[in-house]
Design a protein around this ligand. Sequence first.
Ligand SMILES: [Cu+2]
Length: 297
Amino acid sequence: MMKLVSVSVFAALFALPAFAQDYQDHDGMLMNHGDGHLMDMAGGMVMGNNPDKLPGGCDKIAETKEITVHAGHKYAEKFPGRMFAFDTQEFQFKPCTKLTVHFINDDNVRHQWMMHGLPKYLYPKGMFHLEVSGPAKISGTLILPPGDKTYLVHCDIAQHMEKGMKAQLKVGKGDGDLPSIPNVTANIVTDDYTITLPELLAKAHEEANLPAPIVDATPPAAVKTPVIPEENNSFSGVTVIGLALGLLLAPFLARKFKGMTPTEVLAYLLDSSNAMIEWVITTGQHLVKIIQTALEK
Ligand SMILES: [Cu+2]
């Protein structure tokens, strides 16, 4: 019996972390920067937080709602060709609902729950926006405007919406559906593998009422290896400069080396190049010193 109890306690201790929260909770850590802009040093951000100001046209808060939305790669696995998604693609609330969104980012990258088109007098740039690097949780509250309207909710990190992190939030009856919401609405451009690319382009142009594209159906000619022309011009730039220098130096060198043996000429040339290198080094050191003293002042 004692053994059974101790084994159970031991097992329970091991199981505990599995039940514990495995993401960073940013709620309660946020600093208010005014205008509903909350931020913390750990990379959590809420913009357009509005728990108390009624939008024009709302006499009172119609309903108080709380939702938890997950964001992550794993929610996109059921959508072919998508990389990121929210766990919910469509939301609907009564006009003038006070909505608290608990946003849980399950990935190890940054994600957002960003809503657009809200009244700008209440929401800076017409946005309500939760953002956090995962795995983490962040929460914010807004009051939805009156009227029937469909709002875009997406992650605005580059390419995340295009890769599937897109949803719609309908207030009242909404005013239609947004395109390309995974599992909710059709893509604007639908992949169709039953027709060829030129046919697909022609179809897309026809649908968009544009003149048919000019598609060159002839297969590309075999790729030719580019022929690099040989350097056959004996008067290239370098040659000309070399010749000019040689001609200028010739009289001087002729005087200098008059009566010297080839070995002596070579020794002299090596000597002068050594002197030149030394001069370059000392001048360089001198310059460094000048710069250093100038910087110290
Ligand atoms: Cu994202």
